[in-house]
Design a binder for this molecule. Structure first.
Ligand code: SAM
Length: 278
């Protein structure tokens, strides 16, 4: 029987709910070192893409700054790579022997992440092209429209027998083997009703990831949790979740989102584990 992970961590949770939704506030580079080894069945990470360097983008037809916050400012490619190596190294120790890790990124960091995963001897299982279906236009007209992000899925190492719910994915894909090209729209308005996180991921994306690579009761970690889309997908599908973010504002948004879901699940328990991936 596993001991309670929270009893083994020196830091008090920022929020902890018996449905299996726990948040810590702090710098993941430090906090990941404090968590006990080999306790997580899956990690999903949506780290800083380090793209907030005073460029512009298009939002609702308007030209706006691309900056997301100080946490997303690049200090140069070497510093970005050192950051990626540090957290991926610490995360690898936290994974159970057969567990896997997902990480998302754009061209700004995805090559660094891929190289770090390979040098740390993770086993890369897939790269998923997430196509956002209706991305904003490119205002400069000097590049193709940026319409995708990449997700790398990797097992802890080359000996790991990773979980892949193949049949579930096939069923969600109308009975056909699911490909590594995923058409999923950016988060809907309803997903932002408690406030906006500048890089919030869609529920549909995280539902698919959780259902593909974990089982009910599993423990999932998100070291850059933002508004905790991963946590909502975990709880909705009967998994347990630990999220870390350095920002109180984003953790408070996570709590609002979770409490809303919790109420929904209390009043309509059939929603939990509906496993439709919506
Ligand atoms: C790309 S966002 C994650 C968004 C999230 N997937 C969602 O759906 O809301 C990255 C998050 O990492 C947090 N962050 C950045 N650097 C961090 C660090 N060193 N330790 C902990 N959190 C960090 C930021 O505050 C931000 O909320």
């Amino acid at each position: 029987m596993e001991s309670n992970l929270k009893d083994e961590v020196d830091v008090e949770p920022y929020y902890d709910h018996p449905r299996g939704f726990t948040l810590y506030q702090g710098n993941s580079l430090e906090l990941l070192e404090d968590l006990p080894d080999e306790r997580f069945d899956m990690i999903f990470a949506d780290p800083p893409y380090f793209l907030s360097n005073d460029g512009v983008t298009c939002e609702n037809g308007e030209m706006v700054s691309v900056n997301k916050g100080r946490w997303d400012r690049s200090e140069g490619i070497e510093a970005n790579h050192t950051f990626n190596e540090r957290w991926l190294d610490a995360a690898q120790d936290l994974l159970k022997p057969n567990a896997s890790l997902w990480v998302s990124g754009t061209q700004h960091i995805i090559y660094s992440l891929g190289f770090a995963l390979q040098t740390l001897d993770y086993k890369i299982l897939n790269d998923i092209a997430w196509f956002k279906v209706n991305p904003p236009p490119n205002l400069s007209c000097r590049y193709f429209t940026h319409g995708t992000e990449t997700l790398i899925w990797a097992a802890k190492n080359h000996d790991a027998k990773h979980t892949f719910n193949y049949e579930k994915m096939k069923e969600m894909n109308g009975g056909k083997q699911m490909k590594n090209l995923w058409n999923i729209m950016s988060p809907r308005k309803a997903e932002k009703k408690h406030g906006k996180h500048p890089t919030q991921k869609p529920m549909k994306l995280l539902n698919r990831i959780v259902l593909a690579a974990s089982d009910p009761g599993d423990l999932i970690l998100d070291p850059f949790c933002g508004s905790s889309t991963t946590g909502l997908a975990a709880v909705k599908n009967g998994r347990r979740y630990i999220g870390i973010d350095q920002s109180e504002e984003y953790l408070d948004l996570s709590i609002k989102r979770f409490e809303d879901l919790n109420e929904e699940l209390d009043s309509q328990p059939e929603l939990e584990m509906d496993q439709t991936g919506t």
